[in-house]
Design a binder for this molecule. Structure first.
Ligand code: AVI
Length: 345
């Protein structure tokens, strides 16, 4: 059987996930609460907070998404490759003959799910693949990457994670185990309350005995973490600065990009990397489309992203709190990345 691609669904994109400074919601697949304000309203709201901040999901316009793909190829950002190695080594155990449906939140290019399918047990049966993302182009790209696999049916959900999970939960047909994937350490971009909300939403979409596969970046030596988020050839800096340029382009802002520097720091108390944009001088900024004029002092920053790093035992605890029991945890020893397979209880 060849792959089939279902009709793209469109729907409301509001999310109920809590937002706190800099950690916002997540990667391009999410639209944060308050998006009813629109981009201009969000920019006005977050830039007038203290500390000043911007929701991290706005990093992912077309250029930002391309820059993120480039980050994933950098030698100093090993997360993607480490996770891929784990997926390929354990695909047999992850997708065995009993799995009949998979949902992936934020499938990106589809490469990870494609790698998993390539390594899955030969005796696997037909699979329904539900892909959840607010970006239609991301869904189309992932579907293209997957369509060569045998015996699959692709069901795209162009919506938020929460709504996609509800639809996946409601689409259960017959017997067989289901598996939810949340990879790429995307969970690291959620603040702890938002993280717990999304894990519980994943549990609610599953039945007892179904599985969850979570990819999480681990705490590691601080110099390695800083290098991953402040690379020597400036790709991450461009990714961060592009957010100001996006505001200039889409909201008639007048940010002088030469007046800001990318700054990544390790916040030990919260176990997270923070990305900021640091003002290099006193400057007045006007964003017409946000009806906003403000002054930034030298060294004042705009907090644009948080990336939480966990210990293996933290992952067990967060999964247990959300109603899962861990079956296996595989750790990439060099780059310190964990893939955890849990069962809904
Ligand atoms: C998408 N997310 C898991 C990335 C991370 O590592 O937090 C985003 C990123 N930001 C800077 N580099 C990569």
């Amino acid at each position: 059987m060849r792959a089939t691609v279902g009709a793209l669904k469109t729907s409301a994109t509001m999310s109920g996930t809590a937002v706190t400074p800099g950690s916002q919601v997540t990667h391009r697949a999410q639209v944060p609460p308050g998006s009813v304000r629109g981009f201009g309203g969000e920019v006005r709201h977050y830039l007038t907070q203290r500390p000043r901040q911007l929701p991290s999901h706005y990093l992912y316009d077309d250029l930002g998404s391309a820059l993120f793909e480039a980050i994933c190829r950098l030698p100093w950002y090993p997360l993607t490759r480490a996770e891929m190695r784990l997926l390929e080594s354990h695909a047999h155990e992850i997708i065995d003959a009993g799995v009949t449906a998979i949902v992936e939140l934020g499938p990106g290019s589809g490469a990870k799910l494609s790698g998993l399918l390539a390594g899955a047990a030969n005796d696997r049966g037909p699979l329904d693949l539900h892909l959840v993302d607010v970006s239609g182009s991301a869904l189309a790209e992932a579907a293209r990457a997957l369509e060569g696999h045998r015996d699959i049916r692709i069901v795209p959900h162009r919506t938020t994670y929460e709504i996609g999970l509800e639809r996946f939960g409601g689409a259960r047909t017959g017997a067989g185990r289901r598996l939810a994937l949340f990879l790429g350490s995307n969970i690291g971009n959620f603040d702890p309350p938002g993280r717990d909300v999304i894990l519980k939403a994943m549990r609610a979409s599953l039945a007892r005995g179904d599985g969850l596969l979570l990819g999480v970046d681990l705490v590691k030596p601080v110099p390695d973490l800083l290098l991953a988020y402040d690379d020597p050839i400036g790709v991450t800096a461009a990714f961060n600065l592009n957010l100001l340029d996006r505001i200039n382009r889409e909201l008639e802002g007048d940010f002088d990009l030469f007046g800001f520097a990318h700054h990544a720091l390790w916040n030990e108390a919260h176990s997270r990397i923070e990305m900021h944009l640091r003002s290099l001088r006193r400057q007045r900024i006007h964003v017409r489309g946000a009806d906003l004029t403000f002054v930034m002092e030298p060294d004042e920053t705009i907090w644009t992203e948080s990336s939480y790093k966990y210990r293996p035992t933290d992952i067990l605890a967060m999964l247990e709190r959300a109603g899962f029991r861990v079956r296996s945890q595989w750790i990439e020893p060099v780059d310190r990345f964990a893939l955890t397979l849990a069962e809904a209880v």
